[in-house]
Ligand binder design. Structure first.
Ligand SMILES: [Zn+2]
Length: 107
């Protein structure tokens, strides 16, 4: 197959795949020889999703609403997500704007 993004040739490789910083294992993929983009066939994508579910990563991203507390904004972090990143009540965290529309919270 050709790369969807740059139309260069792809080669079959076994690559490590990580989701949310957790290594899910090594999977067969087609990797673009020019831009390095990785493509998985539907069977492999299914295996990756199964592993993600098994490790409790699947569905961690959730929509949440912003509330106003005094002069600050408060964002409710769902329990599963808080547990995943080790966030605890009263803990000090570092909030950094990563992009104009993206925040990162470091515990
Ligand atoms: Zn490419």
């Amino acid at each position: 197959m050709k790369c969807v993004f740059c139309s260069s040739a792809t080669e079959e490789k076994v690559v490590e795949y990580a989701e949310m910083g957790v290594n899910l294992g090594r999977f067969k993929a087609k990797v673009c020889t020019k831009c390095g983009e990785t493509f998985f066939d539907s069977e492999t994508a299914g295996k990756i999703q199964a592993k993600s579910k098994e490790l409790g990563l699947f569905g961690l991203a959730k929509k949440t609403k912003v509330a106003e507390v005094g002069n600050s904004m408060a964002i409710r972090v769902p329990k599963r997500l808080a547990e995943f990143i080790g966030l605890k009540k009263g803990q000090e965290v570092l909030i950094t704007p990563e992009e104009k529309n993206k925040l990162s919270i470091e515990v």
